[in-house]
Design a protein around this ligand. Structure first.
Ligand code: ADP
Ligand code: ZN
Length: 609
């Protein structure tokens, strides 16, 4: 059996382990259990793939991502690794073939869907072979409070008893303390070693702006950030409803962007085609509900945009984490407004589940709002949510353009006392933001006249701000817990904390509505697929064209041929022989055998030209 260093070098073509990889791999190779919390792009796969090749037998990899198994296995085969998968998409003959290969000891990795593993037949099969280790990917799916809960994951706890001598490793990119505990308990990983990496993703620039005309804002954002020269860049746009997914995709298409909708209401075949195009082509923008994305390891997604407020910071961080897995500069952009807050609150109020569940959901939303309204570094806020402290990042909107704050105590009192008067003086009447703003601005309309709200003492006392600014004030009052929206119509009521503001015992500091960050002007350089320039950049592009042709021919995603990082290294090193080629990061023996000559030819042609 080769050791882990040899496998890293020869199979994966890398010279050094990253972060905790070395310790994690040693733990598993030595037969121990591990719980691994590492951000997207951190290098989790290697943590079980290397031990799979070092330990005797076949590694079982549990993954909920059936649609991606073929690509995952394909990528391993490209590396010369003997891998296969078992899931419901296969024909019985194909499954039988995989089972034969497993039993005869030919496989190093076997990917299995979680629902298969609870079937007695699958367990019997696995029991007849030699299991090197069990890897449980996307382990946060076991968390019932989380956003990706899969009931089938609960049964995975039984594996501990079934094969007590087999080392198990659970991996996730979700970092909250609660999820961590749930994974450990439910998967019976009491004896595991725990590895928690830093969750910072320094190459992602975070930006959150107030929603105004969101489609237009999105288009402006993509036009500024989503192009390298004439080529559109790959991106994901998240929206809450199927309807808005469809509309936004249409809008982007009408504006010359290659956008496709993706949501659970679409035909399975359509979804698969969209996923394939997204994975295989450059420059496709997918507009999706959160049904899209888990486990998609396309490394060169350049932006993730949210046009609706996510339900929680965890969800937001997972979704934005799909940008920039290759470590190159990427953007996470979001627009949100008062209506989002009201809508999310309504969804919680109307959700099934008991009061405790709704309270828990409410707290998740509150944390998300606090992130949106913070006047300090977004990244500091984000990581603090995951229990990690860092310095202000210099790569988010609030760091780049620190928002001005103002003493909004008087403005807040005007809003709160209007709410108070309607409730106390006018027989418990409750209204949403729109009506409150009409009153503050002294507007006249049917409702105001009908109810005589022009006789309220706060009628017309807020003309120093315009309607939009009042919306911002109300949004921030909600985020600060000084107003609470309810139910279907988003009616607003006071909270316990409001009294101190009304009584003049507490000041309220508000952030000035952020001016929209013009991406180019703030971040400077134009975004490109590579940071290389000049001759190296040109060779990179030549290699990229070669890669696109090869990937198309093999019907495989381009990054499974070579990653962008590897192309960059090739463009800089310009190897002249197969031996030199093997020194390039990301090129192991199998890739050198398969593509070595062709790559050397591309480089030689380029140098000769
Ligand atoms: P995760 O599953 O944690 O999101 P991946 O396993 O997909 O991350 O790894 C992200 C990228 O980093 C991949 O392209 C992978 O090949 C690369 N990578 C992982 N480990 C190393 C390493 N030790 N040296 C160089 N590149 C690595
Ligand atoms: Zn910052």
């Amino acid at each position: 059996m080769p050791d882990q260093y040899e496998v890293l070098r020869k199979v994966f073509g890398y010279t050094d382990f990253r972060g905790d990889q070395e310790q994690i791999i040693r733990q598993v190779v030595d037969g121990g259990d591990a719980v691994v919390l590492m951000p997207t792009g951190g290098g989790k796969s290697l943590c079980y793939q290397v031990p799979a090749l070092v330990r005797e037998g076949c590694a079982i990899v549990v993954s909920p991502l059936i649609a991606l198994m073929a690509d995952q296995v394909g990528a391993l085969r490209q590396l010369g690794v003997s891998a296969a998968y078992l899931n419901s998409t296969q024909l019985p003959e194909e499954r039988a073939e995989v089972e034969r290969a497993f039993l005869s000891g030919q496989l190093d990795l076997l990917y299995v869907a979680p629902e298969r593993l609870s079937q007695p037949a699958t367990r019997q099969l696995l029991g007849r072979g030699t299991i090197a280790l069990i890897a449980i990917d996307e382990a946060h799916c076991v968390s019932q409070w989380g956003h990706d809960f899969r009931p089938d994951y609960l049964a995975l706890g039984e594996l501990a008893e079934l094969w007590p001598q087999v080392p198990r490793i659970a991996l996730t990119a979700t970092a909250t303390e609660r999820t961590h505990t749930e994974i450990t308990e439910r998967l019976h990983l009491e004896n595991a070693r725990h590895f928690v990496a830093s969750f910072d993703r320094p190459n992602i620039s975070y930006r959150i702006e107030p929603k105004d005309r969101v489609q237009q804002q999105l288009l402006e954002f993509i036009r500024a950030e989503g192009f390298a020269g004439d080529t559109a860049l790959t991106g994901i746009v998240y929206a809450l409803s199927r309807n808005s997914v469809e509309k936004i995709a249409q809008f982007l298409c009408a504006n010359g962007i290659d956008a496709m909708p993706y949501h659970a209401g679409l035909d399975a075949q359509v979804r698969e085609r969209t996923l394939r195009r997204f994975l295989r082509e450059d420059g496709v923008v997918v507009v999706a509900t959160i049904a899209f994305g888990m486990g998609i390891d396309k490394p060169d997604v350049r932006f993730v945009a949210h046009v609706d407020l996510p339900k929680s910071v965890e969800g937001y961080y997972q979704e934005t984490g799909r940008a920039g897995r290759d470590g190159l500069p990427s953007v996470a952009w979001m627009a949100y407004g008062l209506a989002d807050v009201v809508q999310q609150r309504r969804l919680i109020d109307m959700s099934d589940g008991d009061q405790a569940h709704r309270m828990a959901q409410g707290r998740l939303l509150d944390a998300m709002l606090a992130l949106c309204e913070t006047a300090t570094c977004r990244r500091v806020q984000l990581l603090r949510y995951f229990g990690q402290e860092i310095e202000p990042c210099g790569n988010c909107d609030t760091c780049l353009n620190p928002p001005a704050t103002w003493d909004g105590t008087v403005a807040s009192q005007k809003v709160l006392s209007t709410v108070w008067r309607l409730d106390r003086e006018w027989n418990g009447q409750r209204y949403g933001a729109g009506h409150l703003i009409d009153i503050l601005l002294g507007r006249s309309n049917q409702r105001i006249e009908q109810f005589g709200h022009d006789r309220l003492s706060t009628y017309g006392i807020g003309t120093e701000l315009d309607a939009n600014a009042w919306k911002g004030v109300i949004r921030q009052l909600i985020a600060q817990g000084l107003l609470a929206p309810h139910g279907d119509y988003g009616v607003l009521t006071l909270t316990e904390a409001s009294a101190a503001v009304l009584g003049g015992r507490q000041t309220v500091i508000l952030r000035e509505e952020a001016k929209r960050v013009r991406s180019r002007s703030s971040s400077g350089a134009k975004r490109t697929a590579t940071e290389l320039s000049g001759e190296d950049g040109a060779l990179f592009e030549a290699l990229r064209r070669w890669r696109a042709a090869v990937a198309k021919e093999a019907d495989a995603p381009a990054y499974t041929v070579f990653a962008n990082k590897t192309l960059e290294a090739l463009a800089q090193v310009r190897p002249g022989s197969l031996d030199e080629l093997l020194t390039v990061s990301g090129i192991g023996q199998a890739k050198a055998d398969k593509y070595g000559e062709a790559v050397l030819a591309v480089i030689a042609d380029f140098d000769a030209a």
